[in-house]
Write a protein that binds this ligand. Structure first.
Ligand code: ZN
Length: 158
């Protein structure tokens, strides 16, 4: 069976950046998604179209088809006092309210008086290099199609 809209695809992958550093990988676990529902980055989903179990391929995904371009407007300096007496360290992530709604931000710098937070996805602005091996392709169940995502096992509740 080939990958078309409404199939569940299981695959292994290694994700590297342009410098060849491994950013993420499926490891021993196989990754599953429902094809055609935007559940994985657009550039990878497009490259999956028509593949079958056993296919191996490499795909390069530009930021606009990956996690987006880096948006300087999402990088903000806030007063240190906004954190009260709480400890703030680089790399801390939390949900913040902004004029563009709630989003997860990462602390990227801490000064005496100010803290810099970045609301971009950690992989925004990066060209993604995926090495993929398709493990299995099957038809999605009616429930999966109705929910727009994969159900693995039958103890799935919302
Ligand atoms: Zn569901």
């Amino acid at each position: 069976m080939r990958v078309v809209d409404g199939t569940v695809v299981q695959f292994h992958y290694v994700l590297k950046n342009g410098q060849g550093d491994v950013l993420d990988e499926s490891g021993a676990q196989v990754f599953s998604y429902l094809h055609g529902h935007g559940n994985i980055v657009a550039g990878l989903e497009r490259a999956m179209e028509g593949r079958a179990a056993g296919d191996r391929f490499d795909v390069e995904v530009a930021p606009r088809d990956g996690y987006g371009e880096l948006d300087q407007g999402l990088i903000q300096r806030v007063p240190r006092t906004a954190f009260g007496g709480n400890e703030v360290d680089i790399g801390m992530r939390f949900t913040a309210e902004s004029d563009r709604g709630r989003r997860v931000v990462t602390v990227t710098a801490v000064d005496t008086d100010s803290v810099t937070v970045d609301g971009n996805h950690p992989l925004a602005g990066q060209t993604l290099h995926f090495a993929v091996e398709v493990a299995n392709v099957r038809e999605a169940t009616g429930n999966e199609l109705a929910h727009g995502h994969v159900h693995d096992g039958d103890d799935h509740h919302h």
